[in-house]
Design a protein around this ligand. Structure first.
Ligand code: PMP
Length: 454
């Protein structure tokens, strides 16, 4: 069973008194020219004043919800502690009214309140200590806005390599120099990162961000070890860069308990200095991908820059899905949420085991891999040549040979910023029913054998 990264004991609270918080002024050096140019929305900035007692607001162009065709929303769910028990939950009254209306840019109050409690429970970070949360339309929305807020055209950026393919166009569109930091089954190779930073040419502006997916990485499946996390954080402090901790697979950890602390937890607990980590969470893998709820947690000036972007792009993420999520989560409570994610993690552990059994059966000598401890991906190297020094290219094997055999996966080149050739492949094991796994991996074996003959 998985366990929370940190529980807030009296000792933790006492220890946190010695934590230094980076001042807001520290972040000016990180903000992009476009973020510095953005002005806060004159209307949205005044939204909080509408809550002043006795005030009559003529401020915003909010539609009158009495004209909306929804009077109540009900949905059925399973009890997180007893999946046999079906529960009906209803969003109505003020909650529904708020859900049907525009809300604050950073998110609705009921959901934000719940999320602050969640971050305290899992990361030991207390509300009101110089950081805050913004909700986005999935974490992708927030990552994109964070990149826009932090990166100027042609800036160098540090990215773990291979890297989540969804970030590559963000950096390409800004013509960034994507500096690939090597990773292995333990996470970012901190020695390589140190080398990059210490041999940085004098006079060249240093990278301001490092992007990483520390749990069950997409695509490599790796989970960064405690040692590596500590070393990377240390480097962030020494070399003044921000860690963009993209952690959608945090709750899909099925390795040994206790789990490693997040960077967001560790900067407080180990570094004793908070402010180097901008963390992205997602409900996509644990509540629903279609609900489009992600949330960013980090230093207030960075969240403000993200919100200022939101206020001119999509205004806010859906109040209605936030109302649905808040109703569900408040009915579960934190213990219910914990029970739910443990069951989800157990589900994916089982899926991983089924998949790996088939890989061991069919791919011995034809592929190499490490076993993931979180997430939903196997990252494996096709052994296309008898000479191990020859690397090969998985693209044609996967897109043509394997496809013709009736199986599809993703060639690893999609996860390399310069699109270079690689013998690696990403296979997702989240959806395939057990009865199809053996067939799929058997087809992959045949495709590799075909390719070896060519
Ligand atoms: N980051 C990573 C590493 C992902 O794998 C994904 C989903 N594919 C996302 C971000 C985007 O997730 P969301 O649905 O929260 O936008």
């Amino acid at each position: 069973m998985t366990q929370p990264a940190s529980t807030n004991s009296a000792a933790d609270v006492e220890a946190n008194k010695n934590v230094e918080r980076l001042p807001d002024s520290y972040y000016t050096q990180f903000l992009s020219a476009s973020a510095l140019k953005r002005k806060p929305s004159p209307i949205r900035g005044l939204f909080p004043l509408e809550n002043t007692p006795g005030l009559i607001s003529l401020l915003a162009g909010k539609p009158n919800p009495t004209t909306f065709p929804f009077t109540e929303l009900s949905f059925k769910t399973r009890s997180p502690t007893n999946p046999e028990e079906e529960i009906t939950l209803t969003v109505d009254g003020d909650e529904l009214k708020q859900g049907l209306q525009y809300s604050d840019t950073a998110g609705t109050k009921p959901l934000l309140d719940w999320l602050f409690g969640l971050q305290e429970r899992f990361h030991g970070r207390k509300r009101g200590e110089g950081w805050r949360i913004s909700v986005g339309s999935g974490s992708q929305d927030l990552i994109y806005k964070a990149v826009q807020a932090l990166v100027n055209p042609r800036d160098p950026v540090l990215v773990e390599s291979p890297v989540y393919a969804g970030t590559i166009p963000m950096f390409e569109n800004l013509s960034c120099e994507q500096i690939e930091v090597e990773t292995d089954a333990q996470g970012i190779c901190s020695g390589s990162l140190r080398y990059i930073l210490e041999s940085w040419p004098t006079g060249k502006p240093k990278p301001k961000i490092l992007y990483t997916v520390p749990y069950g990485c997409n695509p490599t499946g790796m989970t960064a070890t405690l040692e590596r996390r500590k070393e990377v954080l240390q480097l962030a402090q020494e070399h003044d860069f921000l860690i963009l901790e993209d952690d959608p697979y945090f709750y899909l950890y099925y390795g040994e308990a206790p789990r490693y602390p997040s960077y967001f937890a560790l900067e407080q607990a180990d570094l004793k200095q908070t402010g180097h980590v901008l963390r992205f969470d997602s409900f996509s893998k644990v509540l629903s991908a279609g609900i489009r709820i992600g949330f960013a947690s980090g230093p207030t000036p960075l969240l403000t820059a993200i919100d200022t972007h939101t206020a001119t792009s999509n205004l806010q993420s859906s109040s209605l899905t936030q109302a649905i999520a808040a109703t569900l989560l408040n009915s579960w409570g934190y213990d219910g949420f914990q029970a739910h994610i443990e069951r989800v993690a157990d589900f994916y552990r089982e899926k991983r085991d089924v998949f790996e059994r088939a890989m061991k059966k069919h791919l011995q000598g034809l592929a190499e891999w490490s076993t993931p401890e979180a997430g939903m991906f196997f990252w494996f190297k096709l052994l296309l040549y008898d000479d191990p020094s020859e690397d090969g290219d998985s693209k044609a094997v996967i897109e043509t040979t394997a496809f013709n055999r009736g199986v599809l996966a993703l060639p690893g080149t999609a996860f390399l910023p310069n699109g270079r050739k690689t013998a690696y492949v990403r296979a997702s094991f989240s959806l395939t029913p057990e009865e199809d796994v053996d067939t799929a991996i058997g087809r992959l074996r045949d495709a590799i054998l075909d390719a070896k003959k060519e």
